[in-house]
Design a protein around this ligand. Structure first.
Ligand code: ZN
Length: 160
């Protein structure tokens, strides 16, 4: 069957950036299973998979607007070190969950200078073009329960 809304699609994928570095891959592990048409994977990849079928292999290039968005310089902020209570040594590369106006988000420390800490709330892949090499392992109709829950049950999905 062809990939369409309300299908469960299982894919193997390798994601590389424009420098050819592998950012993520399902190779050697379980295929990623998702419910198609729900925005549970990035828009550019989801639309490229529509109409494809099991066994198809495709290379999909996703620009930031259809991926994790452009980098937003307003998400880079300086905060005083005392904001990190209970953390003895704040270092570049540390990742923290914060409670913002739009719900929880994740920031990474990019610089520590004196008493000021620079944090970046952009998604790590924001502003990057993403190159997916995809092989479709399986396409099946979603169960009514999966559609109701909005996620996949069983292999590669929710176990509950
Ligand atoms: Zn469920």
């Amino acid at each position: 069957m062809q990939v369409a809304d309300r299908c469960v699609v299982s894919i193997h994928y390798t994601l590389t950036n424009d420098a050819g570095e592998v950012l993520d891959s399902s190779q050697g592990g379980e295929a990623l299973a998702y419910l198609h048409g729900q925005g549970s994977i990035i828009a550019g990849l989801e639309s490229a998979l529509t109409g494809k079928q099991a066994g198809d292999k495709l290379d999909v290039r996703v620009e930031p607007a259809q991926g994790y968005g452009e980098r937003d310089e307003r998400l880079i902020q300086q905060v005083p070190r005392r904001a990190f209570q209970g953390i003895s040594e704040v270092q570049a590369g540390m990742r923290f969950q914060t409670q913002g106006a739009n719900g929880p988000s994740s920031v990474v420390v990019t610089q520590v200078a004196g008493d000021m800490v620079t944090v970046d709330g952009n998604h790590p892949l924001a502003g990057q073009s993403l190159n997916f090499n995809v092989e479709i392992a399986e396409v099946r109709e979603a169960s009514a329960e999966e559609v109701e829950h909005g996620h996949v049950h069983g292999a590669g999905g929710h176990a509950h």
